[in-house]
Design a protein around this ligand. Structure first.
Ligand SMILES: *Cc1c(COP(=O)(O)O)cnc(C)c1O
Length: 366
């Protein structure tokens, strides 16, 4: 058997007619950038998230950068974020001229809220929690801390479409939620795409203006901005896919439950922990074992693709050498980085495939 890490083909096959028609209509109307398909998707996504505003942008990285910039973050400021994430979360902080301040992870691979206070200074302006792998950070505790210290929260929801904490959707608690619609994400376009959601009217207007060269009306540039527009084709694909997102999320959750069951007898494997009151949407299904590298090779030899998210904690990457961190600064993130393994996870993953994968894991440890 050959099992890919993600399978975008089988999803396309399941909704081929809708996707083909959506793309053809954009081409027919030559609505290539902005315009009707983009406005339609933005409206649909805001409705799906239950928020006032969805600002479509070019990708999930820009969504974070624009949010930080429009929140007023700049040189001299410090922004708290988490040691285990994709580099977009922290490089965007640097792009504004501010300094990323990294905090270790908790047992759920999200920011350790108890470790934040020790990192606050008079320059701290905001916190970017990352709802990693599809599970939300401890937002209630984080909001309490942010309110007490007058800090803004921008939620990185790139991996957490439709995840909830106490029935509240990811991206709807802080000042803004930023999403990526990169093809492999839980809601994926057919190229780069992203958005910002918020209930703050003036912040929403500022983001929309900044993403469109500083002009809300053509040629009326009130400020200098950037070009971070969403393509019509991407928006049309996203509109065609959005009605399926709930069922696809449930498919991931069901597959995670099956993995948990099949892996339960293998004591060398630690399965993901889910917070109470949380809906984990399993962008990634990440297990742990001290024999990670050997297991990964063994699975690869049997046609099973796996991933590591992420092999090095952000502050220990060469890109952050200037911050002078050592492994001991982030004991949890450093320890986990050597043991985590992401197994194939997508809604269309079959029971047979999961049986094959878990049989191979059992064989490795026997
Ligand atoms: C994918 C991702 C991003 C960036 O999104 P792009 O659309 O690729 O720019 C940011 N943060 C996290 C946690 C991600 O997984």
């Amino acid at each position: 058997m050959n099992i890919p890490f993600v399978d975008l083909k089988s999803q396309y096959q399941s909704i081929k007619a809708d996707i083909d028609q959506a793309i053809a209509s954009v081409v027919r109307d030559t609505a290539f950038v902005g315009g009707k398909p983009v406005n339609t998707f933005a409206k649909q996504y805001a409705e799906a998230m239950g928020v006032q505003h969805c600002i479509p942008v070019a990708n999930g990285t820009d969504a974070i950068y624009i949010s930080l910039k429009m929140a007023g973050i700049g040189p001299g400021d410090e922004v708290i974020t988490v040691a285990n994430s994709w580099i977009s979360t922290s490089e965007t902080i640097s792009q504004t001229g501010a300094t990323p301040v990294f905090v270790d992870i908790d047992d759920y691979y999200t920011i350790d809220v108890d470790a934040i206070e020790a990192k606050l200074t008079s320059n701290t302006k905001a916190i970017i929690p990352v709802h990693l792998y599809g599970q939300m950070a401890d937002m209630p505790s984080l909001m309490e801390l942010a309110t007490r210290h007058n800090l803004m929260i921008i939620e990185d929801c790139a991996q957490a479409h439709l995840a909830t904490f106490d029935d509240k959707l990811a991206g709807t608690t802080g000042l803004a939620g930023t999403f990526s619609f990169y093809p492999g994400k839980n809601l994926g376009a057919y190229g780069d795409a992203g958005c910002i959601i918020t209930n703050d009217d003036s912040f929403a207007e500022a983001c929309l203006r900044y993403a469109n060269h500083g002009a809300l009306v053509k040629h009326q540039h009130t400020i200098e901005g950037i070009n971070s527009r969403l393509d019509g084709i991407q928006a049309a694909v996203l509109s065609a896919k959005l009605p399926h997102l709930e069922a696809w999320s449930q498919g991931r959750i069901d597959n995670a439950a099956r993995y948990n069951e099949l892996l339960a007898p293998i004591e060398q494997i630690t399965t993901p922990k889910v917070r109470s009151n949380c809906r984990h949407v399993y962008h990634l299904y990440v297990v742990r074992t001290p024999q990670r590298d050997e297991l990964r090779t063994f699975l690869s030899e049997r046609g099973i693709a796996t991933g590591i998210h992420y092999p090095t904690p952000l502050p220990l990457l060469p890109a952050y050498e200037r911050l002078g961190h050592v492994e001991g600064d982030f004991p949890m993130a450093s320890a986990r980085a050597n043991e985590i393994l992401s197994l194939p996870m997508f809604p269309e993953l079959t029971e047979d495939a999961q049986q094959y994968i878990t049989d191979a894991i059992a064989e490795f440890f026997s």
